[in-house]
Design a protein. Structure first.
Length: 255
C-alpha cells in the first residue's frame, strides 16, 4: 500500500504543471536593474542638491569636454562615455528604461552570455555618446540615461529575435542570426524599426513620448546605439547549441 500510495503521489505531481515565474530574467539583468535603481535612489533620497550636481557633472557625458585641452580638466572625459548610462533624471526615465531593458536585455543576454553583455553595454554606451558628441560638438549640455544602450540591445535583437519564419517552441535567443539582407526582408523587423524611427523622429522635433516634455531627449544617442547593435551584433554573438538540445530555461521576448 505504501508503494502504491507513493506511486500515485508521484503521478499526481507529474500531472501538476510547473508554474513559470512572471518575470523570468537572467541574473545579470536583475543585477543591472538593481544597480540602476540603487544609484537613482541614492541620487534622489540621500544626496544633497549640491552632491547630485557633482554626481551628474562628474559621471554624466558632456560633449564640451572634448574641445577642451586635456591638461585643463580631470579624467571625466575618460569614464563618462560609459558612466552616464547608469544615471537617470526622473522616476519616469528610469522606469521607462527599465521596462525596455527587461524586454530586450533578456533575450540578448541569454544569447551572448554575461561577459559579452557587459562588453556590449560598455561599447554601445560609447557608440551612443560618440554620435551624440559628433552631432553636438562642443555643446555643454549633459547626457545621462541607459536609452542608448537599450537601443543597442533593440538593434541586436532585430538580428535574431524576429525570425522570418516562426519556430514553435524555440526560445527567441536560439533563433538563427539573420543576415543584414534577411532582416530587411523580415516584415516584423521592418515594422518594428519603422515604429522605432518614427518615435525618435517625434522626439527629435520636440514631441515627448513619456514624462516631462520640458526635458530634452537625446534621440541621436538612441540612433547611435541602435546602429551599433544592429550592425555589430555578430561580433558579440556566439555559436548556437545543437538543435536537438533542450534549452535550460525558456526565453520570452517581453514587450
Amino acid at each position: 500500500m505504501d508503494d502504491q500510495s507513493a506511486g500515485r503521489q508521484v503521478n499526481e505531481e507529474e500531472r501538476i504543471p510547473k508554474r513559470e515565474p512572471i518575470f523570468n530574467l537572467p541574473g545579470i539583468l536583475v543585477a543591472t536593474l538593481a544597480l540602476l535603481a540603487i544609484i537613482y535612489a541614492v541620487q534622489t533620497l540621500v544626496l544633497s542638491d549640491q552632491a547630485v550636481e557633482w554626481l551628474l557633472v562628474t559621471f554624466g557625458f558632456i560633449p564640451a569636454r572634448y574641445v577642451m585641452p586635456l591638461t585643463e580638466q580631470g579624467l571625466e572625459w575618460l569614464w563618462s562615455p560609459v558612466t552616464y548610462s547608469l544615471l537617470h533624471g526622473s522616476i519616469e526615465h528610469i522606469l521607462f528604461n527599465g521596462l525596455w531593458l527587461m524586454a530586450f536585455g533578456a533575450p540578448v543576454i541569454r544569447r551572448i552570455g554575461v561577459a559579452r553583455y557587459l562588453a556590449f553595454w560598455i561599447l554601445s554606451s560609447i557608440a551612443s555618446a560618440a554620435l551624440h558628441a559628433a552631432l553636438n560638438w562642443g555643446d555643454p549640455t549633459l547626457l545621462i540615461g541607459a536609452s542608448g544602450v537599450i537601443s543597442g540591445l533593440m538593434g541586436a535583437a532585430c538580428r535574431f529575435a524576429f525570425p522570418a519564419q516562426a519556430r514553435a517552441g524555440v526560445p527567441a535567443h536560439l533563433n538563427p542570426r539573420l543576415s543584414i539582407a534577411e532582416t530587411f526582408r523580415s516584415r516584423t523587423v521592418i515594422v518594428f524599426t519603422l515604429f522605432w524611427l518614427f518615435g525618435n523622429a517625434l522626439i527629435a522635433v520636440g514631441v515627448p513620448l513619456i514624462g516631462d516634455g520640458s526635458q530634452a531627449i537625446a534621440w541621436d544617442a538612441h540612433i547611435g546605439g541602435f546602429v551599433f547593435g544592429f550592425f555589430l551584433f555578430p561580433l558579440f554573438d556566439r555559436a548556437l547549441p545543437p538543435s536537438d538540445e533542450e534549452p535550460e530555461e525558456p526565453a520570452v521576448l517581453q514587450s
